[in-house]
Each structure stands twice: as structure tokens, then as C-alpha cells.
Design a protein around this ligand. Structure first.
Ligand code: NAP
Length: 315
């Protein structure tokens, strides 16, 4: 167990920020937790939920004296937040973030960090489609991976401290370059979200199928896309604008593979379809075996009870 931080400042008390506040408190990872949010309604809610020891809208004041500061705002908001807090950071402090894209955060926030402050960007690969302080929960990071992307000259002790912070909240931690992170996440997270946004948008635009039918028959697979497509619009706009190159690279690969599938269907190549579907089923099983997903069928959804008239029927 590492010694707790004296003062943990969390900027942006949304899903991720409020989950960190809850998890850090449960883990005893900080003596004082300071919640910083620009929105008075969010601040009121954070106070009502008792998520922090201090709640403020003034970022400069909130980070003063903090030894750990975590930026939990949309990716493109990090530059302005970094510029605001830079002059008020205490020497020796660690500044981290949770952004889903790392190259742009390193580029945009790094220059605002004064000498003597350690910058250790992070990305917890954990989340839900919900936003705001009520959406967070302490267990969000348990057995999920958090990826650290420290610049090459970062003090090893600061990296170790940040790693221990995430581990205290239940996370597994891996260190890699921002470029590698952005490429991996483009295929495991960003492109899947784009596909979900696209398929839900296409279905919504279909003239031959009524909106009512889209909802009524959604259990055929569509509703699992709608969960992802309900994710925060600001967050995801920022992800695609800041991880443009990696997403376009992966989309190119995706489109080639989709064209091959289209061809297999057109030419009745059942073997090709069967071979791919067998391979993808094994990937799903691998994810379950690694503990990253429930083994319960249909994502663990409970079946609806039989209607009473059916249950009452004699056998
Ligand atoms: P969220 O619930 O919408 O919370 C975002 C927070 O950032 C809110 O407190 C919001 O304040 C604040 N904010 C927004 N724009 C701002 C600005 N320009 N200046 C200052 N504060 C601003 O979002 P989230 O899901 O926690 O996402 C936060 C970060 O976590 C993002 O960088 C995202 O990429 C990353 N992340 C998300 C997930 C996920 O699944 N959701 C997973 C891993 C990482 P207001 O209340 O004033 O809007």
C-alpha cells in the first residue's frame, strides 16, 4: 500500500471524474479530495453526494497545493484547462488525465506544465454510455486496464506513483507510447463506436422501415449497437477529431475487410463466412476468459418471466 496523496484535485466531475473521486476515497488513496467543475449544478450535486472534501469552480485555487491533479474533461478541453492550472501547480506535483486519445493530450497539455511538475497521462479503458456525477461508481476501474503514456523524460518515481494510484482503485496498468495507444484504441474502441453511430444513424434514416419497427425489433442485435451509440456526443466528437490519422488508417482496413465479406455473400462463399465467424467467436471467448466480460449469455440480461396465462397452462 502506497502512502496516500495529501491533496487529490479532480477537474471535471463527470462519469470518470466522479468514479475516481469515489474509488480514491474507498481506496484511501488521498487525504483530501478536491472536486473542480465549471458547472454550478454539477458542483451542487457533487456536494450533495459527498464525493469530495472541497468543491470549487475555481481551478487555480483548487489545484494549489495538490500533489496529484487528474484532468477528467473531454479531450479537446484539456489544452485550456492545462493553461489555466499551469501557473498554480506546486513543484513536485503529478498531473495526469483520463483522455481517450493520448497523442493530442501530450501535445496540448505538456507545454503548459512548469519545470518540476511531472506529467503522466493516463487512459482508464473503462466506461459506460452515461455521463455526469450521478453516473460514476467506485468499482468502474476494477479489473480494467489503465494505460499510462508518460513522455520519455518522465521521472520513474512519478510513473510508479501514478501506477500505484490506479492499482489502488483496482485497475491493471500498462505503460506504452501515446502513438501506440492511439493506434490500438482506434481499432478496439474508436472504430467500433463509429460503426455503432453509423448503423444507428442509418436505421434512423431508413424510409422503408418505420422508427417504431426499429425499436420494436431491436433485440435482433441492433439494441447492442444503440448502447454504444448513446455515448456522450462531446467526448466522441473530440476523440475522432484528435485521433484522426489512426482512425482513418483502421477504417481503411475495415472497409477492405467489409468489401471482402460483401464479395463472399455475393458469390455464395459460405466457407469464407463460416471461417470468419468461427475466428470471431474465439475472440469473444478469449475476452471472457481474460475476465474482461461476463460469461453469461446476452450480456447477462435476465429473461422476462413467462406471461401468467402461459405458466398456468396444464402440461
Ligand atoms: P462526462 O461525464 O461528460 O464529464 C465531462 C466533464 O468535463 C464534466 O464535468 C464537464 O463539465 C467537464 N467539461 C466539459 N467541457 C469542459 C471544458 N471545456 N472545460 C472544463 N470542463 C469541461 O465525460 P466522461 O465520460 O467522464 O469523460 C471525461 C474524459 O474521460 C474524456 O476525456 C473521455 O475521453 C475520457 N474517458 C471516457 C470514458 C467513457 O466511457 N465515458 C472512458 C475512458 C475515458 P460540465 O458539467 O460543465 O459539462
Amino acid at each position: 500500500m502506497i502512502p496516500p496523496f495529501e491533496r487529490l484535485a479532480i477537474i471535471g466531475l463527470g462519469l470518470i471524474g466522479s468514479s475516481i473521486a469515489r474509488a480514491a476515497r474507498k481506496a484511501g488513496a488521498a487525504k483530501t479530495i478536491v472536486a473542480i467543475d465549471r458547472d454550478a449544478t454539477v458542483r451542487e450535486r457533487v456536494s450533495a453526494l459527498g464525493l469530495a472534501d472541497e468543491v470549487t469552480g475555481n481551478a487555480a485555487k483548487g489545484v494549489a497545493g495538490a500533489d496529484m491533479i487528474v484532468l477528467c474533461v473531454p479531450v479537446m478541453a484539456n489544452a485550456a484547462v492545462g493553461a489555466t492550472i499551469g501557473p498554480h501547480l506546486a513543484p513536485g506535483a503529478i498531473v495526469s488525465d483520463v483522455g481517450s486519445v493520448k497523442g493530442s493530450v501530450v501535445r496540448d497539455v505538456g507545454p503548459h506544465m512548469p519545470g518540476g511538475v511531472h506529467f503522466v497521462p493516463a487512459h482508464p479503458v473503462a466506461g459506460t454510455e452515461d455521463s455526469g456525477p450521478d453516473a460514476g461508481f467506485a468499482e468502474l476501474f476494477v479489473n480494467r486496464w489503465s494505460i499510462l503514456t508518460p513522455p520519455p523524460d518522465t521521472a520513474p518515481a512519478a510513473i510508479e506513483r501514478t501506477k500505484a494510484f490506479w492499482e489502488a482503485m483496482g485497475s491493471n496498468v500498462e505503460v506504452m507510447t501515446p502513438e501506440h495507444h492511439d493506434l490500438v484504441l482506434a481499432i478496439t474502441s474508436h472504430v467500433p463506436h463509429l460503426i455503432a453511430y453509423n448503423i444507428v444513424g442509418t436505421a434512423a434514416d431508413m424510409e422503408a422501415v418505420t422508427q417504431g419497427e426499429v425499436i420494436k425489433f431491436s433485440a435482433g442485435g441492433f439494441r447492442d449497437f444503440t448502447r454504444i451509440a448513446a455515448s456522450d456526443p462531446t467526448m466522441w466528437r473530440d476523440v475522432f477529431l484528435t485521433n484522426k490519422d489512426a482512425v482513418l488508417e483502421m477504417l481503411g482496413r475495415f472497409n477492405e475487410d467489409l468489401a471482402a465479406l460483401q464479395r463472399a455473400i455475393r458469390w455464395g462463399d459460405g466457407d469464407a463466412l463460416h471461417a470468419l465467424f468461427t475466428r470471431t467467436r474465439a475472440i469473444r471467448r478469449g475476452i471472457i476468459a481474460s475476465g474482461q466480460e461476463t460469461a453469461a449469455p446476452n450480456f447477462g440480461r435476465k429473461p422476462e418471466p413467462l406471461p401468467e396465462t402461459v405458466e398456468a397452462k396444464p402440461q
